[in-house]
Design a protein around this ligand. Structure first.
Ligand code: DGL
Length: 262
């Protein structure tokens, strides 16, 4: 089973920020990536729909013999990971906003979480807030519309910059010195977020801990691949024309991108 691929999915290109870390940490492994662009954004969709999509995508990845699955999406992790773990027996690794590291790093004792509505309204986030928000102010900012702008790929778009000002500046005004990127799309525009946040603000991107956790779980089950395979296959369910461009830009690869109808 060691030479079987690892499956990774997100609503769109956001999970590529996680895939990049996984390919860096585990260069031998083969990866299959699914971007569910036909149903993007997940952040404003119902729990039932996201759970259904996550189930269909995981079933597809298992039909491709994936030995582990990474839910490279905060929203889908928050809403669907428990059900996925109950239904499928391979290791399933999720992602959640880096609230704990942020509370450990802040000096102003105010942190800001940028995420989708789905993530911020979920139980997982409520639990994180309760656990770590005792003597730290945890501000949260639903970033409606930002994921679609990132998928569209025009980083000079005025509307994108307007949204960033609307989302980031109030957090700074309330004293946040640490911002958590609680959506996997946001690391793809980290330089822009950093520009509006300014040099004194720390920005936390959780893709490294996710890749580490995947490695840990594969090691534990003796599933790591010792020799190089490194085959990457990409699918999208919709028709985002920027998808291929993002893969080459983020990963420096000439991607094979297939269309997936599930
Ligand atoms: N990238 C995803 C996340 O981390 C999903 C964003 C969306 O589709 O709304 O939440």
């Amino acid at each position: 089973m060691n030479n079987h691929p690892i499956g990774i999915f997100d609503s769109g290109i956001g999970g590529l920020s996680i895939l990049g870390q996984i390919s860096y940490l585990l260069p031998n492994e083969s990866l299959i990536y699914v971007g569910d662009t036909a149903f993007l954004p997940y952040g404003t969709k119902s729990r039932d729909l996201i759970q259904d999509r996550a189930h269909k995508i995981c079933s597809y990845l298992l039909s491709k013999h994936c030995k582990a699955i990474v839910v490279a999406c905060n929203t889908a992790t928050s809403v669907a990971i428990q059900k996925l773990r109950a239904n499928f027996s391979v290791p399933i690794i999720g992602i959640e906003p880096a609230v704990k590291p942020a509370t450990q790093q802040t000096r102003s004792r105010v942190i800001g979480i940028l995420a989708t509505e789905g993530t911020l309204e979920g139980e997982k986030f409520a639990t994180l807030k309760q656990r770590f928000g005792n003597d730290i102010t945890i501000l949260h900012q639903p970033c409606t519309g930002l994921v679609e702008m990132i998928e569209a790929g025009d980083l000079n778009d005025k509307k994108l910059h307007e949204l960033l000002k609307i989302f980031v500046l109030p957090l700074l005004e309330c004293g946040a010195d640490t911002l958590v990127l609680g959506c996997t799309h946001f690391p793809l525009i980290k330089p822009l977020i950093a520009y509006y946040a300014g040099p004194k603000v720390t920005i936390l991107d959780p893709s490294i801990p996710v890749a580490n956790e995947l490695k840990r779980q594969l090691e534990l089950k003796s599933l790591l691949l010792k020799e190089k395979s490194g085959m990457y296959t990409f699918f999208q369910t919709g028709t985002n024309e920027q998808f291929e461009k993002f893969i080459s830009k983020e990963l420096g690869l000439e991607p094979t991108l297939y269309s997936l109808n599930i």
